[in-house]
Design a protein around this ligand. Structure first.
Ligand code: GH3
Ligand code: MG
Ligand code: MG
Length: 341
């Protein structure tokens, strides 16, 4: 019978997946994990069928199989979801492991009670034979329980090790997928995900949502005059300024080159304009300095286009309108905010 037809508890999926990965000699990478994870949950019938056939023919999956299966059946959209689901499964698994340890401790206590009973039996008028018999029993049980404990401890250590490896891989992949390595704010992909999410929330709650499109002024000149390293320093400074001045629920991402995008949930365009000007003001107080000489190279300015989401529009037109605002801000002389309605 194919293994995938069995229904498991959530924590058991993680264990099943790990067992299979170890069995097949595959690394517990996020993609490999996802392939078997979906196999066992059975939520992707085509994937399940493909794997059943492969296992029937060759007993296990190769790395190449995994890559192909992932490409064909899971792909980018699923990636995010799998990550989230798997993280919570891993959390559950670790909790279970801790509970096992607790239980083992209780078993040991129980054994202690057995010992007490035995020693009770040994008092009084027990014959030498009875004493020998009781001692042998106790010794046997002692060996059994200590072996059990040893094995359990070994298993737990192994599971924990595997899980932390999986979790580490996941965290790394997750980070790489969503974060811009230079500025450490979200990347374009993160923005796209958050754009769908925040607009959906705005539609549901009828709360306003404003998008800011931020572009560094004359960045090319800065780059040309002082070099790319200073240019990168400017990008990091701008990103840090945005992060410092915005709330936790706001979405900040690098849209590309020297452009950043900001989603402000529960914020009208008129209030967003204040926020945007606050960002400009904060940046104006920061001087770019050469690392070695501390010589100041002046300040950088930004232009910002802002627009409020219309619940009946396409996401593209929402972004395009913010871009149009930015374009106007540039044409009007830069270092300013334009609301596009
Ligand atoms: P404007 O005020 O009209 O926006 O002028 P600008 O010079 O900022 O805009 P333009 O689009 O002409 O030039 C953008 C420059 O940004 C081009 C490129 O040299 C620079 N750039 C893009 N990405 C990076 C990066 O990752 N690091 C560095 N150092 N420079 C970058
Ligand atoms: Mg620019
Ligand atoms: Mg630009």
């Amino acid at each position: 019978m194919a293994e995938g037809t069995v229904q498991y508890q959530p924590y058991q999926y993680a264990q099943k997946v790990l067992e299979r990965l170890v069995h097949d000699g595959l690394t517990p990478s996020p993609n490999n994990y996802a392939v078997y994870y979906y196999y066992f949950t059975g939520t992707n019938p085509n994937l399940k069928m493909a794997i059943d056939t492969l296992i029937e023919n060759q007993k296990k999956l190769t790395q190449e199989n995994c890559n192909e299966l992932y490409q064909a059946h899971l792909g980018l959209e699923a990636e995010h979801k799998v990550m989230e689901e798997t993280s919570s499964v891993i959390e559950g698994e670790i909790k279970r492991v801790l509970e096992e340890i607790d239980k083992a401790a209780t078993d040991t206590k129980q054994y202690g009670k057995t010992l007490d009973t035995f020693s009770g039996q040994l008092t009084g008028s027990a014959s030498l034979e009875q004493i020998r018999g009781a001692v042998t029993k106790v010794m046997t049980e002692t060996r059994t329980i200590s072996k059990q404990n040893e094995r359990l401890a070994g298993q737990l250590a192994q599971t924990t090790q595997q899980l932390s490896e999986v979790r580490y891989n996941f965290e790394q992949a997750h980070k790489e997928l969503q974060i811009d390595p230079l500025t450490e704010v979200g990347n374009r992909k993160y923005f796209d995900t958050q754009l769908s999410k925040t607009t959906a929330e705005a539609r549901e709650s009828a709360a306003p949502l404003t998008l800011l499109m931020v572009d560094i002024d004359h960045f090319k000149k800065f780059n040309d005059a002082y070099g790319h390293q200073i240019g990168d320093q400017v990008l990091r400074l701008v990103a840090r300024t945005l992060v410092e001045n915005l709330k936790g629920r706001d979405v900040i991402a690098r849209y590309g080159g020297e452009e950043f995008v900001i989603l402000l949930p529960q914020t009208r365009a008129t209030d967003a304009e204040k926020v945007a000007n606050q960002l400009r003001a904060s940046l104006a107080t920061k001087h770019i300095r050469k690392r070695n000489t501390n010589e100041t190279l002046g300040v950088v300015t930004i232009s910002i286009g802002a627009t409020e989401y219309r619940t009946d529009e396409e996401l593209d037109s929402f972004v395009a309108r913010a871009d149009a605002g930015l374009y106007k801000a540039k044409n009007a002389g830069r270092n300013q905010v334009v609301i596009e309605v």
